[in-house]
Design a protein around this ligand. Structure first.
Ligand code: HEM
Length: 380
């Protein structure tokens, strides 16, 4: 499917469940085995909760709904396909740690299936089970381990120098397929989907974060050279490229913070809302990288007020790869160039509006002027 069509479909992935399903929520709002269903905003017949999402991106609209409900989570429910969006660190901890196994499968709505016809063959949308476990292990150990991350960089360098030799991502998968000593054999479709997952997720997320970083640096030049690692962390807090993480599904009915989450409910953890929650963050809307300086809070999946990479079994396996990439690219950009706004433009004119695509990226292109500081050796 062409990428532009995919881009158009992605917003629907988050919205569709809210559109068609929630009309019976109020009918079912009662108790289930003593525990109520999560609070649900008022719904209109046929369109369900669509009107609550109009005019704002889903993560923003869902945060506002959760606030208005003054509840720890916000949920829409129907007989055929309920959905829930935890918007607090406590609820996220329940979903991604205490009951992680119960939420370890992905939700494949009809829309997701349409957009990703071979989606379940890879890793991102694979249902929880032996095949997913195996593909994830292959990815973690063979493709995304610290040793591999280093080796891919060496491969890049040696390819650039014209003397290949090291395995790339596809070589690794084909070798594992040839060796054939896995419990579930890897098919060519698996390989195609995994490569697609890695390239798609890996490049789009990193590119999106880098654009947000550069925009925030133009707004906050005081931190430009000082705190690179912290600048990346703070950008991931304010602009997680996947603000609702990836959709999970409730495998069997369970309770989260005293609310019943029905079997098959789609769960969208609102990591964006949580990482701006004033309960956990001082000046939550401000860009302050120094906040991480003497803080133990990290994105490794144990601090539930800050989960740009998710947590638990389905957490992003590409963190090391992503971080090394972002640091290297950013270091080169900042070492070799000073960055300025185009003539006549002030920092206050920078438009920070978000747009929903595969990731939540900048609506407006970021136009900056590079001023050479340290020329590349070949340009001297
Ligand atoms: C800034 C960069 C990145 C961010 C913010 C990010 C974020 C995420 C998030 C939020 C999830 C879902 C986690 C959950 O459901 O709990 C995820 C899953 C995943 N990510 Fe990343 N990601 C990034 C980079 C990468 C890279 C570079 C790769 C690989 C090259 C990658 C591969 C994956 C895969 C394969 C999954 C699916 C894991 C599964 O379902 O078991 N990601 N990522």
């Amino acid at each position: 499917m062409a990428l532009p069509v995919l881009l158009l479909l992605i917003p629907l992935l988050a919205i569709v469940p809210f559109v068609c399903l929630c009309r019976v929520a109020s009918r079912r709002r009662g108790c289930r085995d003593g525990a109520p269903l999560p609070l649900s905003p008022w719904a209109i017949h046929v369109i369900g909760h669509l009107h609550h999402l109009a005019g704002a991106l889903p993560h923003r609209a869902m945060r506002d709904l959760a606030r208005r409900a003054t509840a720890r989570s916000c949920c829409s429910a129907s007989a055929s396909s309920p959905s829930s969006s935890p918007s607090s660190a406590d609820a996220a901890r329940e979903v991604m740690r205490a009951r992680d196994l119960n939420f370890a499968t992905r939700s494949m709505s009809r829309t997701v299936r349409l957009a990703f016809p071979s989606g379940t063959e890879g890793i991102i949308f694979a249902p929880y089970g032996e095949e997913w476990r195996q593909m994830r292990k292959v990815c973690t150990v063979e493709l995304l381990s610290a040793r591999r991350v280093q080796s891919f960089w060496e491969h890049e360098e040696s390819t650039a120098a014209g003397n290949g030799g090291k395995e790339d991502l596809l070589d690794v998968l084909l070798r594992i397929q040839r060796e054939g000593d896995l419990q579930v054999p890897i098919t060519t479709d698996n390989i195609k989907s995994v490569v697609g997952d890695m390239l798609g997720t890996g490049s789009e997320t990193v590119a999106t974060v880098l654009q947000w970083i550069m925009a925030e640096l133009m707004l906050n030049p005081r931190v430009m050279q000082k705190y690179m690692h912290l600048v990346i962390k703070e950008t991931l807090r304010l602009h997680p490229p996947a603000p609702l993480l990836f959709p999970r599904e409730c495998r069997s009915e369970c309770q989260v913070l005293g609310f019943t989450v029905p079997k098959d409910a789609m769960v969208l953890v609102n990591a964006w809302a949580i990482s701006r929650d004033p309960k956990h963050w001082d000046m939550p809307e401000e860009f302050v990288p120094e906040r991480f300086e003497n803080s133990k809070i990290d994105f490794k999946g144990t601090d539930f007020e800050y989960t740009p990479f998710g947590a638990g079994r389905r957490m992003c396996p590409g963190i090391a790869f992503a971080f090394v990439n972002m640091e290297l690219i950013l270091a080169s950009l900042l070492y070799h160039f000073d960055w300025e706004l185009p003539c006549g433009m002030e920092a206050a004119d920078l438009d920070m509006t978000e747009e929903l695509g595969v990731t939540v990226r900048r609506l407006q292109d970021l136009d900056l002027v590079p001023v050479v500081r340290v020329p590349l050796p070949s340009c001297r």
